[in-house]
Design a protein around this ligand. Structure first.
Ligand SMILES: Cc1cc2nc3c(=O)[nH]c(=O)nc-3n(C[C@H](O)[C@H](O)[C@H](O)COP(=O)(O)O)c2cc1C
Length: 346
């Protein structure tokens, strides 16, 4: 099975929900939420791609780095690469039930583990989504990061207690789902959270708590104040709010404010190893990939997912050789030639 074969099979199985475009940029699927697209005009999804495209990389080959090290540690967990699986849940809603949630989530988890990394699992209007994620982690006998929607504080703490029974790396809250209408329609409260809510949560558990959906310096600083262990600079793959900037556009200012105080993960539009390199240069400790893993899971199960990680890892190693980066910690902004040019300057 090749990556191309996985993609062909995914295109057949998705039955139009995802067109598995040659380049996954949010254009064909704009507005398809539920589905695989970005919300509204799809601008936030498209901005993720455009923001990454704006950076140019300095090619440097007079050095002695032949075997760059991409191994890293996130929340004390050894990973073979600075690439983790993003939470992609909701098979019934997003994929019209063509695949069972169990089948889909286990492929995401097992594929990540075979590649030496870990995946996040999700939550949704159907509360069993969260438990399916936990069960799938348990069945795969592996670690991961379950992500809870921004429910009432007591409901989040209850889910954290359930999750603590499993050998997980950290626990997440996708706080940018605060306005998710699908959840409220299904009678599941979601809403914004205060620093005091977050402090109650961080003090209720020994697990590192990760806030997913941070797009401003203000929210990043508030996360540090609340004792959060890590943030994901993310706009939910463009699925939460229309017209947000791309994540690679805001990442540098957020990193300038909180780097070293908190773990910084970033996602949105990461398609190749060079995108991973750019995100790390801009201040991320590691990245998450969403749609590439979802497509691989549908087209090739766990093996397809593993292949996607390994392909991106190979591309990252090659990009590190060509930019003179010895290991993940030595990737910095010096490898970038152009700093971000505002879209209005085009
Ligand atoms: C179909 C779909 C379902 C998703 N479900 C969740 C979820 O349950 N929880 C969550 O935190 N993020 C969810 N996300 C967002 C991803 O975790 C991630 O932030 C995003 O996909 C990254 O962008 P990328 O797909 O361009 O890599 C979902 C994304 C998609 C496409």
């Amino acid at each position: 099975m090749t990556v191309d074969e996985v993609r062909i099979r995914a295109r057949e199985r998705f039955k139009g929900i995802c067109r598995v475009c040659k380049f996954c940029d949010g254009v064909a699927c704009a507005g398809e939420v539920p589905g695989m697209g970005g919300v509204g005009t799809g601008t936030s999804f498209k901005n993720n791609i455009k923001a990454l495209e704006k950076y140019r990389v300095n090619l440097r080959v007079i050095h002695d780095i032949t075997e760059p090290v991409i191994r890293t540690q996130i929340f004390g967990k050894e990973l073979s690469m600075p690439i983790l699986g993003a939470a992609v849940a909701g098979g019934k809603i997003n994929f019209r039930g063509y695949f069972t949630e169990e089948e889909f989530v286990s492929s995401q988890i097992e594929g990540a583990v075979s590649a030496g990394t870990i995946a996040m699992t999700g939550d949704g209007g159907d509360p069993t989504l969260f438990t399916t994620g936990l069960e799938s982690l348990k069945n795969a006998g592996c670690s991961g990061i379950p992500v809870i929607k921004p429910r009432k504080t007591r409901d989040i703490i209850k889910r954290i207690k359930d999750a603590e029974k499993f050998d997980i790396t950290a626990i997440g809250i996708d706080i940018d789902a605060a306005g998710l209408i699908n959840m409220t329609r299904m009678g599941q409260y979601v809403g914004p959270m205060t620093v005091s809510d977050l402090k109650e949560i961080t003090s209720s558990t020994k697990l590192p708590v990760v806030l997913k959906g941070i797009m401003t310096v203000e929210d990043a600083l508030a996360a540090v104040e609340a004792g959060i262990a890590g943030i994901v600079v993310s706009n939910h793959g463009g699925r939460a709010l229309d017209f947000t900037p791309g994540t690679a556009e805001v990442l540098p200012e957020i990193a300038d404010a909180v780097k070293g105080k908190i773990t910084i993960l970033a996602d949105g539009g990461v398609r190749y190893g060079i995108d991973v390199l750019k995100m790390i240069a801009l201040g991320a400790d590691a990245v998450l990939i969403g749609r590439p893993v979802a497509i691989a899971a549908v087209g090739g199960g766990a093996r397809g997912v593993e292949m996607v990680y390994n392909k991106m890892a190979d591309e990252l190693r090659s990009a590190m050789i060509l930019t003179g980066c010895r290991d993940v910690n030595s990737i910095d902004r010096k490898i970038l030639r152009c700093h971000f040019v505002a879209l209005s300057d085009e």
